[in-house]
Write a protein that binds this ligand. Structure first.
Ligand code: EPZ
Length: 418
């Protein structure tokens, strides 16, 4: 197991290019089994969630090869519709394989993904939508067994704009008989990427990015080469690092409108933000002000995946902030670790009350989930003295080579084997 050793207090200066978006790459991997022709996904980040998804595809019989940062997936020989319990538990995103496997094999079996570190994460919206498309679903011994004689287009209304359920519906309806109209869809930019990938394979999907998506079923999909969009959450994480540490940080490759809610909050803190094409530059000098209120919402609202990082920022701003986590039940588990560094945060259910303190101090802290772990790294970068962030396995799920990117910005951080 590795840890980060961080000497805090360094200002950050420089530019960093975001990797391809984890939350675009994962559903695109799932979509690769919709064709028996090879697909190549460009610039796939070296993150463990992508490696795990590759393992899932190999378990199904696909050939998955990583080469020079790209991944070529050839699922011509894929023969299985069942994903092992271990791999499903390892990766929540395996749930979108349901849609792909049903389209490919008219059958699918996955272990119930279950809850994890940030909440219960039920999949009722996924399953109800699949039933609308003609799928029979049984749940037995912790497994979900899906089957259909054919997938039929349908009118589907999501009670909540679930990202995963929206993606599963696209994957299950692209080759269904007839037309599917999805209302109440999630509008995240990663869904637009999935639509673009599917259409590059010959699908007929329209409306992604809005709450109404139509899918005309087609008979066949073909291979393609595709470059996913860059990771807006990774970019936001680096911008918040710049805000916490002070200095000038530029992130490249991400469209400002895809993180406009974060940019609005950073300006509220007192940071200067300059946008030019796909470059977003943040300047942070002097003491910042707390964001009185941050409320996570589905896109285009404030992203839940940046909640922990923004909370860490507010810990050393002037005044107080209320952070409301509306998407997941228990996404404040990182707070006790921030408190070890001197943060003044009180959590009550879905609310965290932050009171700004002059400085945090270094401490030994444990990363318990992906974004909470990233928040601890950012807090340590701004703290006085030395910190250690233990258990990097969670951070490795969504950030590739985090320490090198931070070091290139001037941070004093190293990764050591424990
Ligand atoms: C995706 O998760 C992302 N993961 C998450 O990113 C992200 O936080 C989330 O969307 C919200 O933006 C990937 O794309 C791989 P949801 P997903 O379905 O699809 C409830 C990260 O850190 N819900 O939009 O699981 C659910 O409990 C990860 O990169 C149901 O009730 O999110 C939650 O409260 C974490 N029933 C809310 O909806 C369902 O059937 C949002 O979930 C499905 C979801």
């Amino acid at each position: 197991m590795d840890k980060f050793v961080i000497e805090g207090g360094r200002h950050l200066y420089g530019s960093v290019r975001a990797a391809s978006a984890k939350n675009a790459v994962l559903p695109i991997f799932a979509a690769s089994v919709l064709t028996e022709e090879p697909v190549t996904i460009r610039e796939v980040p070296a993150i463990s969630d992508a490696l795990c998804m590759a393992q899932i595809l190999r378990e199904l019989g696909a050939d998955v090869r990583f080469h020079d940062g790209d991944v070529t997936i050839d699922s011509a020989d894929a023969h299985s519709h069942a994903i092992s319990c271990a791999l499903t538990k390892e990766l929540r995103s395996s749930v979108f394989m349901l849609g792909s496997l049903l389209t490919r094999f008219h059958r699918a079996r996955i272990a119930y993904p279950g809850g994890c570190d940030i909440g219960l994460r039920p999949i009722d919206l996924h399953l109800n939508a699949l039933k609308r498309l003609g799928v029979d679903i049984a749940e037995r011994d912790g497994y979900i067994l899906c089957s259909c004689d054919k997938l039929r287009g349908a009118e589907i209304l999501l009670d909540f704009p679930s990202v995963g359920a929206t993606e599963n519906i696209l994957l299950a309806s692209v080759k269904a008989e007839g037309k599917t109209v999805l209302q109440g869809a999630a509008k995240e930019p990663e869904i637009v990427d999935l639509q673009n990938f599917l259409n590059a394979m010959g699908a007929k999907v329209a409306g992604a990015g809005t709450d109404a998506i139509t899918i005309e079923g087609v008979r066949k999909l073909h291979g393609t080469v595709y470059l996913p969009q860059k990771d807006r959450i990774e970019a936001g994480t680096f911008l918040i690092a710049g805000a916490i540490c002070g200095g000038e940080v530029e992130v490249c490759g991400v469209r400002a409108e895809n993180i406009s809610s974060l940019l609005h909050k950073l300006r509220e803190n007192g940071c200067k933000i300059h946008v030019k094409n796909d470059k977003i530059k943040l300047e942070s000098f002097g003491r910042l002000k707390c964001n009185r209120r941050i409320e996570t919402m589905p896109f285009p609202g404030f992203p839940t995946d940046l909640q922990a990082q923004a909370t860490a920022l507010n810990c050393t701003c002037d005044g107080g902030a209320l952070v409301v986590e509306n998407l997941f039940e228990t996404r404040f588990k990182y707070v006790p670790e921030l408190q070890k560094m001197g943060a003044d945060v009180e959590v009550k259910g879905r609310n965290a009350f932050v009171r700004g303190v002059p400085k945090l101090h270094g401490a030994s802290v444990v990363a318990g989930d992906l974004r909470g772990g990233a928040a601890l790294v950012l807090a340590a970068l701004g703290a006085e003295g030395r910190s250690e962030v233990l258990d990097l396995s969670h951070i490795d799920r969504g950030y590739s080579d985090l320490q090198s990117k931070l070091k290139n910005l001037g941070a004093e951080i190293k990764r050591v084997r424990v």
